[in-house]
Design a protein around this ligand. Structure first.
Ligand code: NDP
Length: 471
């Protein structure tokens, strides 16, 4: 049994004032694997006070000092890469393939920020005046369970680059992964109080971070529902917010695309991270006159999708994080059937032989209308909706007919045409022909997918406050 009974405040692992415990449950077996003690408001205030004190000196560090700290963090996290992967698979059910990529992203957060710092100008001349970009202050970081350490590392790396100090509130569903990353940060030996972490509930620790006047900014990744609560609460003390929220990303297959490549890639892409990915291409928009061909290709592709033990290198879809998430996805599958969508593959219930874990059958609905709930709401499980369109204009209109705007994907054999279409899509990231990630380009959402951007120069600027000095 894993016992996580300490939080991290002012450079030390300490016993929290809070005494409530939360059971850690394996998504593979639904058996208890450990317990985490939850911190409370007192713990959160203590952590914020430590971060506030540390900020006084950390804000004065030079760029070279920050680069050195980022290098130490990179080294400390790199050393435990294998453990990070294993813990993510066991605790969360992410496939080995995905967990390896996620751990890589976590590690590379530090080198990516070093690269940004090497050319970033903290002072600029605008007209006759000087503009200084100054460290914002103490940053509250609130993260979800689906790629926990990657989010924490990216946000913390950006804070260090900006000279900010942090208090992290992770999802309690990722307590074991977080414990490991905090051990790495501890080993990196940054000044006391620069990094603090309080395990605890969103409504307790998260709410204190949101309302506390000593927090200057919140960087949040999670649902749009919670993002709105945080944004409303943050405005009372005029906190800056970066909100990375949900998505219902369209995947536009234009009529000149190579379907033999694009459709299997679309099916596998929709199931990335067991379908628990905010950027997953869950709405597949295809030309109506090619729907039969698309359906046949999608059906063939889904037969290749292996649902099973996430430790197995061959597995594409592991169990969902919790029984609650499993039930939520089952409800959406029922909703799709009630709405009249045609079930092409998968459906309700668990795959044979996988009854113990939170496994969902790899599911595809076709003939979906974009106004159906399964096309509008984020399901966060391995469920793909195929939506037919008649013209390119209609495809663009359907792609944009959503409250979300995080990512979009386009497949076409004509690069110019794909670029023209990309220019008309309301999304923070548009990816052409495949699934790519560029950590130096901004990441974040249009519309209800969020506020602000992360990564690279755009991400760093959100941890800084411009000050104009007019002489
Ligand atoms: P939630 O929004 O439920 O939770 C995210 C975090 O917020 C958790 O740590 C949670 O704590 C905390 N929280 C909950 N209530 C409050 C509150 N009132 N005040 C402050 N903090 C609070 O999301 P999930 O954990 O369920 O994660 C899934 C969601 O995250 C999906 O909707 C997905 O789209 C989104 N997501 C977005 C990404 C992006 O980059 N845009 C990337 C990955 C996921 P607790 O666990 O204790 O409730």
């Amino acid at each position: 049994m894993k016992q996580i009974h300490q939080i991290y405040v002012d450079g030390e692992f300490v016993t929290p004032h809070g005494t409530e415990t939360f059971d850690l449950i394996s998504p593979l077996t639904n058996l208890k694997t450990g317990e985490v003690v939850l911190g409370d408001e007192t713990d959160t205030r203590r952590a914020i006070a430590a971060a506030k004190e540390a900020f006084k000196t950390f804000r004065k560090t030079t760029v070279d000092e920050r680069i050195a700290y980022l290098g130490k963090l990179h080294a400390a996290v790199s050393k435990r890469e294998e453990e990070l992967v294993k813990t993510m698979v066991e605790e969360y059910g992410g496939t080995l393939q995905f967990s390896k990529a996620s751990a890589r992203n976590a590690i590379e957060s530090f080198t990516n920020m070093i690269q940004v710092l090497q050319t970033f100008e903290f002072q600029k001349t605008v007209g006759q005046s000087l503009v200084r970009l100054e460290s914002l202050g103490v940053v509250g970081i609130i993260t979800p369970w689906n790629a926990s350490n990657s989010f924490i590392c990216n946000k913390f790396a950006t804070a260090v680059a900006a000279g900010c100090t942090v208090v992290v509130k992770p999802s309690e569903l990722s307590a074991a992964q977080t414990q490991l990353i905090v051990e790495c940060f501890h080993e990196a030996g940054l000044p006391k109080g620069v990094f603090n972490l309080v395990n605890g509930l969103g409504t307790v620790v998260g709410a204190e971070i949101t309302s506390n006047p000593d927090i200057a900014k919140i960087s949040f990744t999670g649902s749009t529902f919670t993002g709105k609560i945080i944004a409303k609460g943050a405005v009372d003390t005029m906190k800056r917010v970066t909100l990375e929220l949900g998505g219902k990303s369209p995947n536009l297959i234009l009529d000149d695309a190579d379907l033999q490549t694009a459709i299997p890639a679309a099916v596998f892409g929709a199931y990335m991270n067991n379908g628990q990915a905010c950027i997953a291409p869950t709405r597949l928009l295809v030309p109506e006159n090619k729907l039969d061909e698309v359906n046949a290709l999608a059906k063939a592709a889904v037969r290749q999708v292996q649902v099973g033990n996430p430790m197995d290198e061959q597995t594409h879809v592991g169990p969902l994080v919790s029984v609650k998430q499993f039930e939520r996805v089952q409800q959406y599958i029922r909703t799709g059937l009630e709405e009249g969508a045609v079930l092409l593959a998968g459906g309700g219930g668990k795959p044979e032989g996988l009854e113990a874990g939170n496994f969902v059958r790899a599911t595809i609905f076709t003939n979906v209308r974009n106004d159906m709930r399964i096309a509008q709401e984020e399901i966060f499980g391995p469920v793909l909706s195929i939506i037919p369109y008649q013209t390119e204009e209609e495809a663009i209109a359907i792609a944009n007919d959503t409250n979300y705007g995080l990512a979009a994907y386009i497949s076409s054999s004509d690069r110019e045409r794909a670029n023209r279409v990309a220019a008309q899509i309301d999304a923070g990231r548009v990816v052409i022909n495949g699934f790519k990630h560029d950590p130096q380009t901004p990441f974040g959402g249009f519309k209800q997918s969020g506020i602000g951007r992360e990564y690279g120069v755009y991400g760093l600027e959100t941890y800084l406050e411009p000050k104009a000095v007019l002489a």
